[in-house]
Design a protein around this ligand. Structure first.
Ligand code: NAD
Ligand code: MG
Length: 396
């Protein structure tokens, strides 16, 4: 039967690549609802090409512009606008699969709407899990939603774990897992010294050597905060404590992550650095479908390097581990502070190394209690944003 797919963040890097994979398999998948923020022209093109049931824009005036445009060209795609519309299509009875690919904590509520409706969720929006942690995992358990990691590292780990043990259901000690080895490319500034790092520009930061991604995750890759968020993501997804997750820098991005077992076996998942592979894997799991990604050419692979990350030059990774180990809502504080600081860096209002300083200051100053509800967590998120915004404005 054809699976109906809702894509939260269809106009972004992950959204567009997901649509590319769906287009290869029209007999298996039908885009059902496409969701974006403000860019109605990009969404209009996707509507013409894929003819989904719904097109949704969070921004109401952009939704109005799209509605006018689509009716003028005779399209029958229904346009919805506003926050509630995102939750509505994520939880819609007709939706089978939800691809969570909004960037940042903005994806928390729609992703949780899909979780609470018991959908099959392909999780790219790592921030949603980092912010809500235990509440997210509890909601998955309660609704019976199926959570499949789309992030390349987590998808790799998912593939290397025992076949019966999916995400969030792994009993790691019973499965004989000793460690998860999370690989990191090291980003565009892997070899720069501390002085040079202070002077890098947003344009340099968003030029990643191996992956073509949205601006926020590209900056996160450059600071290694992306690996920090992924460390937290892995801890929740695979029920693994911080000390059993090690980060290994691997500049070629061929090995996407590894699982080490008690007997000394290490299983790795490899492939070209192309998100269409984990997208296709997550869509069709436990089956396999073509993705359009180029094949790995072993004869062209001359050297695979592995090294430890430098936490002096890349303090964001250290801060993320500390937040994970601190528990409570420290990881929500870390994420919110990082989102505001990265935006300020992209707008050239603060320097590259100020990102880590903002995050450290937020972790020191914001009270991060255990929260019982998502609303309480979002309060902590909002307080952190105000704190970092005030700090950034002072240094303007
Ligand atoms: P992107 O910036 O290219 O796209 C973001 C998408 O989210 C867009 O469709 C945008 O319209 C939508 N969006 C942004 N803010 C929104 C809001 N407030 N409300 C509703 N929609 C909003 O980002 P991306 O690179 O595709 O990354 C998306 C997510 O996937 C991130 O969480 C990122 O960490 C994760 N991820 C990305 C990659 C990658 O290769 N790009 C790899 C692994 C994980
Ligand atoms: Mg990743």
């Amino acid at each position: 039967m054809v699976q109906r797919v809702t894509i939260l963040g269809s106009t972004g890097s992950i959204g567009v690549q997901t649509l590319d994979v769906l287009a290869l398999h029209p007999e298996l998948y039908q885009p059902y609802a496409l969701v974006a923020f403000t860019r109605w022209q990009a969404l209009a093109e996707q509507c013409v090409r894929f003819n989904p049931r719904y097109a949704v824009l969070r921004d109401e005036s952009a939704a109005e512009a799209l509605r006018n445009h689509l009716s003028a060209i005779g399209s029958n795609v229904e346009v919805l606008g506003g926050d509630a519309a995102l939750d509505q299509v994520a939880a819609d009875d007709q939706t089978d699969v939800v691809v969570a690919a909004i960037v940042g904590a903005a994806g928390v509520l729609p992703t949780l709407a899909a979780v609470n409706a018991g959908k099959r969720i392909l999780l790219a929006n790592k921030e949603a899990l980092v912010v809500t942690g235990q509440l997210f995992i509890d909601a998955v358990a309660k609704s019976g939603a199926q959570l499949i990691p789309l992030d390349s590292e987590h998808n790799a780990i998912f593939q290397c774990l025992p076949q019966h043990a999916g995400a969030q259901s792994l009993n790691s000690s019973a499965a004989g897992v000793r460690k998860i080895l999370l690989t990191a490319s090291g980003g565009p500034f892997r070899t720069l010294d501390a002085d040079a790092l202070r002077k890098v520009t947003p344009a340099q930061a968003v030029r990643h050597p191996n992956w073509d991604m949205g601006p926020k995750i590209s900056v996160d890759s450059a600071t290694l905060m992306n690996k920090g968020l992924e460390l937290i993501e892995a801890s929740w997804l695979f029920a693994m404590p911080s000390k059993q997750i090690e980060v290994v820098v691997h500049p070629q991005s061929v090995v996407h992550s590894m699982v080490e077992y008690e007997d000394g076996s290490v299983l790795a998942q490899m492939g070209t650095p192309d998100m269409r592979t984990p997208i296709a894997c997550a869509l069709s799991w436990p089956n396999r479908i073509s993705s359009g990604a180029p094949k790995l050419d072993f004869t062209a692979m001359t050297d695979l390097q592995f090294e430890l990350p430098d936490l002096q030059r890349f303090p964001c990774l250290r801060l993320a581990r500390e937040a994970l180990e601190a528990g409570g809502t420290a990881t929500a504080v870390l994420n919110a502070a990082n989102e505001i600081a990265v935006q300020a860096f992209l707008e050239e209002r603060i320097g590259f190394m100020d990102i880590a300083d903002c995050v450290a200051a937020a972790l020191e100053n914001i009270h991060a209690p255990d929260c019982k509800t998502v609303d309480e967590v979002l309060e902590v998120d909002a307080e952190t944003r105000r704190f970092v915004a005030a700090r950034v404005n002072k240094t303007d």
